[in-house]
Design a protein around this ligand. Structure first.
Ligand SMILES: C[S@@+](CC[C@H](N)C(=O)[O-])C[C@H]1O[C@@H](n2cnc3c(N)ncnc32)[C@H](O)[C@@H]1O
Length: 200
């Protein structure tokens, strides 16, 4: 069996994201992670938030193996087996699957723009009353100068795939509003990233 994939960026940012989640969340709840990638985040968060149950997912079948390997190494009982879930799909999960938190890091800039609206619509379908969507990653903002690092990252993303690129926060707010979600918190994170909290 292949070893799990490893993301240096996920290793660098997981502690800061967990701190922000600690400040936001009650001690218990049910969380769905969209675009779990390697599985490093969910393994770290499940250890740091033991009152929460975590459902990891990704659109890529090969990611599921890595997520399962990282979660097995964590020896935790509050992580469900990863599921194949494409944020663009009309049906994510059975309609009665509801979560207190939906967490999605670093997906909307490496997916076509319609994936962002799909993330918002799916989250609106699967959040419990009072639940929150948390997105994390780099954003462009009209009222904040973009760092040179994010400008270079955006150019590199667009060169790799013209459908990718760092999203404008104001555009994300517009598609969120179409799904019935509003931006309720904006948390500045290390390395010019933002953690955004969205509520119904
Ligand atoms: C840059 S990685 C981020 C992984 C992890 N969230 C992190 O922050 O380390 C982007 C992930 O988004 C996933 N992804 C891309 N498009 C997706 C979609 N439409 N639905 C679900 N996952 C998607 C990819 O398979 C990949 O695992």
């Amino acid at each position: 069996m292949n070893p799990p994939a490893f993301s240096p960026a996920a290793e660098r940012n997981k502690a800061a994201i967990l701190s922000a989640l600690h400040a936001l969340l009650p001690p218990e709840g049910a969380a769905l992670e969209i675009a779990s990638g390697t599985g490093q985040h969910v393994a770290w968060f499940a250890a740091g938030l033991p009152g929460w149950t975590w459902q990891p997912s990704d659109a890529r079948r090969d990611a599921l193996h890595s997520i399962a390997a990282h979660t097995a190494q964590a020896h935790l009982t509050n992580i469900r087996p990863p599921v194949l879930l494409d944020a663009m799909a009309a049906d994510w999960l059975p309609v009665d699957c509801r979560f207190d938190l939906i967490y999605c890091a670093n997906m909307v800039h490496v997916a076509p723009w319609p994936a962002c609206a799909a993330l918002m619509a799916g989250s609106a379908r699967h959040l419990r009353g009072g639940g929150r969507l948390v997105t994390y990653g780099p954003y462009l903002e009209a009222d904040v100068p973009t760092s040179s690092g994010n400008l270079a990252f955006d150019a590199a993303l667009r060169q790799e795939n013209p459908e990718w690129g760092i999203r404008r926060r104001e555009d994300v707010e517009a598609v969120a509003a179409q799904a019935g979600l509003q931006l309720s918190q904006r948390v500045e994170m290390p390395a010019n990233n933002l953690l955004l909290v969205w509520c119904a």
